[in-house]
Design a protein. Sequence first.
Length: 320
Amino acid sequence: MTRVQEDPVLVVDKLTKTFGSRTAYSDVSFTVGRGEVFGFLGPNGAGKTTTVRSLGTLITPTSGRATVAGIPLEAANAVEIRKRIAIMTEAPGLYGRLSVTENLQYFVGLHHLSNGAERIKNALEAVNLSDRARDTCNSLSKGLRQRVGLARTLLNDPEILFLDEPTSGLDPVAARGVHDLISGLRDRGVTIFFTTHRLAEAEALCDRVAILNTTLRTIGNPSELREQLFNKGLTVTTAAPLPDPDRVFTGLPGVESWDADGTAAAAYHLAVSDPAVAAPEVVRALVHAKADVLSVGESRHSLEDVYLELVNEDVEASRR
Ligand SMILES: Nc1ncnc2c1ncn2[C@@H]1O[C@H](COP(=O)(O)OP(=O)(O)OP(=O)(O)O)[C@@H](O)[C@H]1O
Ligand SMILES: [Mg+2]
């Protein structure tokens, strides 16, 4: 978070994009700090791609303002902005009949980059594709084409890299390769703004995430979001159901309430003020009640839980 305050590289202020009567995203404001890995999450049609395309100067927002790599997002500045960023959209946009190298040469030319051969060599190495350099893009699998698309974004040493679902359709090993690439770029100070539907990926990689559903639903570090949304809890499992759980749990120091887990006959969720205070008390009470304790652990909510809570809230609100 300190990174954001020190050196914002992306400032978005009340940005809105409409297509006729359809609103793609509305009143979106956030800041991304230099060197952050920022995850942009949200359901299909939430406006993620449209936001990426807007910030990447591919389409013009309807209203609001933004600064990208320190430059105001205006049509007149598009060329200057594009020198400092790279963007990989949902379709990598390659020439199928040209080889991998020829595609990259084309983009080197388009951006008037010096030392083209060196840049291409480094980019291909970064995505582990050097051995396919001479193959035509048509002859590559979807995942390999995705990697050519990634190589292309590395050519101009971008300050900000916008990646729209960079691991969509990739096998777990290839997806891990992209994660390593993102981590490596972060270590070099590149800011990465990426969209994904893989919540575990966002949780593992991102300094902060934003959840968009036309409007911004929340933004923050995954663990902060968990704490904001969920009470602290303990999960207790016993070998057999407790005859009188209320007598065991109610009134224990630090335990606010308890609930039987609907999925297991001998599992209980306890809402607690401080797990460190409550857990020993709970164990003592269970032993006292002669229960066979299998486990007592802090309940963990994933980023997926946060996401589902917020997005389901929207679905329910839309039904009202
Ligand atoms: N060029 C366009 N013309 C009209 N409507 C558009 C256009 N581009 C996007 N939209 C609409 O804007 C909304 C947001 O689309 P967008 O592609 O940004 O969603 P997304 O969050 O990227 O979804 P997904 O997860 O499916 O990729 C959708 O309702 C979409 O149909
Ligand atoms: Mg999209």
